[in-house]
Design a protein around this ligand. Structure first.
Ligand code: NAD
Length: 487
């Protein structure tokens, strides 16, 4: 029986779109099709794959308006939808460069044994599963798929069932590039389709929650396939007493509320030196109150609707929990329903502590809880008191002053005197710490390299002394030894 999934419109709250989930059989058929074509895709010189991905880029440029329109329908915001498309275009350029470098052939190198040269080749995982979330639906659907294709893998993508409206345009784009749809298939559906995708893949790239990541890690371990997991965060920002408070408050407000706070590397905890906390909070609140909602026009304002109803509930629960435990709401604080969409103005909380959910669990909404510290050791201890380790930020008068603090933080990417740079500067290789992820970096050159296994080719060149028992010239000697030993 086919499974229909209704999709909520974030601006109206109405379920006005439906997708049909692919069954396990359909997923298996798609994977067989990919396997049939992957060998030829991988055997061509990398320049062939680069040319194909560059063609896809051109198609995206030509259909930019349609793509932005559908991503906007999925997410309810415009500016971030435009940014997503631009990020994908830049991502293709970057991955093409990395692919070229990765495959630049190295001549065989000598080894400690003068008769043996070392060579090798790179062998892609045949079928890579890419499973993506709803917060940046287009960008995160392609962030692993593009480098995997360039490595020579075929890709089976399962986008989020919460934001699937962009998928038909994506499929049209793929169909316009000769040969690409043979090695890049997209299946729609929820977690059960995602599970079926992993069952037929040779490697899995997953972006989503820790909860699902854990399930996927177990399945992948059972199947002995690599799992590249990019999971949730609870990023801290530390504001030292010497920091430029005007800059810090502007950056933190932006980094906490961009894309309605639906961003894995959004700032979700702020620790400020108690000596400057009053001044910092005053500046933050004044700026938070000036931020406008992207309503009624999605192109207006800065903060769009909360995309899923589950997230509305999580955000509301965390604010209620904090207030019940003594937190003070300094700006925002209550979810507003406008034309059926749920919005939250930037919400500044003070009087928070680590007993509150808002300081421990991912919020994924425009909430900025601010806590004070006395001394660098306390700041570092508070920032590290989290099961997440995605990224972080440190503000100080100079980078030199911030650096020793940054070196003590348990997170994979630290922005100094700014926020979210790990997302904005994709050249920076980084790993996710703690529960925020697993596996090689999706940023920088490893974004392509991680889909390739190195096969060593060890070449014996000339007939010198060899360690074999029955080797030509020395055969008699070996026989003599054998007889002696058998006596
Ligand atoms: P989610 O875990 O609910 O779902 C993500 C994807 O997994 C969806 O496509 C879903 O259908 C699929 N899925 C669910 N169960 C599955 C299963 N058993 N097997 C296979 N696939 C399954 O996450 P979400 O709510 O869509 O996304 C939000 C989360 O993503 C947040 O925690 C956010 O921090 C995280 N995220 C992380 C990064 C990063 O780079 N670290 C980036 C963006 C989002």
């Amino acid at each position: 029986m086919t499974k229909q999934i209704s999709v909520r419109n974030p601006r109206t709250g109405l379920a006005d779109y439906t997708i049909t989930a692919a069954s396990a059989d359909e997923v298996a058929t798609a994977a067989r099709g990919l396997r049939a074509h992957q060998g030829a895709w991988a055997r061509q010189p990398v320049q062939g794959r680069i040319a194909t991905l560059r063609s896809l880029r051109e198609v995206f440029v030509g259909r930019r308006t349609e793509l932005v329109r559908e991503i906007e329908a999925d997410t309810g915001r415009r500016w971030a939808s435009e940014v997503e498309v631009d990020a994908v275009l830049a991502g293709i350029d970057r991955a093409c460069r990395y692919a070229e470098e990765t495959f630049a052939s190295g001549a065989p190198s000598p080894t400690a044994d003068p008769q043996i040269r070392l060579s090798g080749d790179l062998v892609p995982y045949p079928v890579v599963a890419a499973i993506s979330p709803w917060n940046f639906p287009f960008q995160l659907a392609l962030i692993d798929a593009v480098p995997a294709l360039l490595a020579g893998s075929a890709v089976l993508l399962k986008p989020s069932e919460m934001t699937p409206r962009f998928v038909p345009v994506l499929l049209d784009c793929l169909a316009e590039v000769p040969g690409l749809a043979d090695v890049f298939a997209v299946v729609q559906g929820d977690g059960s389709t995602g599970a079926a995708v992993i069952d037929v893949a040779d490697a899995v790239c997953f972006t989503g929650s820790v909860q699902t990541g854990r399930v996927i890690a177990r399945v992948a371990a059972d199947r002995f396939i690599p799992a590249f997991l990019e999971l949730g965060g609870k990023d801290p920002a530390i504001v030292t007493g010497s920091a430029d408070l005007d800059a810090a408050s502007s950056a933190i407000l932006w980094g906490s509320t961009i894309n309605s706070g639906h961003s894995c590397m959004s700032i979700e905890r702020v620790y400020v030196d108690s000596r400057v906390a009053g001044e910092f909070v005053e500046a933050l609140v004044a700026k938070a109150e000036r931020v406008r909602l992207a309503h009624p026009d999605p192109g207006d304002g800065q903060v769009g609707p909360i995309i899923t109803s589950a997230q509305v509930q999580t955000i509301r629960d965390q604010i209620d929990d904090a207030v019940a435990k003594g937190a003070r709401v300094r700006a925002g604080g209550s979810i507003e329903i406008l034309d059926g969409g749920a919005y939250l103005r930037p919400t500044v909380l003070t009087g928070v502590d680590h007993s509150m959910r808002v300081m421990r669990e991912e919020t994924f909404g425009p909430v900025i809880p601010v806590m004070t510290f006395d001394g660098e050791d306390e700041a570092v201890a508070l920032a590290n008191d989290s099961e997440f380790g995605l990224s972080a930020a440190v503000f100080a008068a100079t980078a030199e002053e911030a650096m020793p603090i940054a070196h003590r933080l348990d997170a994979g990417g630290i922005s100094i005197n700014d926020v979210c740079l790990t997302g904005m500067v994709p050249e920076g290789e980084k790993n996710s710490f703690k529960l925020s992820g697993l596996g090689a970096s999706r940023m920088g050159p490893p974004s392509v390299r991680r889909f390739l296994r190195r096969r060593a080719l060890l070449i014996r060149d000339s007939a010198g002394p060899r360690p074999w028992y029955y080797d030509g010239a020395s055969a008699e000697t070996v026989e003599t030894i054998d007889k002696t030993e058998n006596r």
